[in-house]
Ligand binder design. Structure first.
Ligand SMILES: [Zn+2]
Length: 99
């Protein structure tokens, strides 16, 4: 981890929802609160919902428990970046089922 110009090493992490529907973890210096970038996002398999009855679950978990809910999100809630993630999950899910 880089040392900030103020001398602090640690960052604070804040969850932010972007207008495109993706979740980011913003890093700020614990000392001077300078914006220090964003934590790399996890893979889409790790992407978890922050709303609704499946809040906190990953898309893959939801696919296994209630695939129709993914369809619903896709049609009603998801923006482009999230649609891509759901498409990937569906592709993988279908591939797993075929095995
Ligand atoms: Zn600082």
């Amino acid at each position: 981890m880089q040392i900030c110009k103020c001398g602090a090493v640690e960052n604070t992490e804040t969850e932010k929802i972007f207008s495109n529907g993706t979740k980011h973890i913003e890093l700020r210096c614990k000392g001077c609160h300078t914006h220090r970038g964003y934590k790399p996002q996890g893979k889409f398999e790790d992407f978890s919902l922050w709303f609704g009855k499946h809040k906190g679950k990953t898309l893959m978990q939801i696919y296994k428990e209630e695939p129709s809910y993914l369809d619903w999100i896709y049609a009603n809630v998801a923006k482009d970046s999230m649609k891509k993630k759901i498409e990937e999950v569906l592709k993988i899910g279908i591939a797993i089922e075929k095995k």
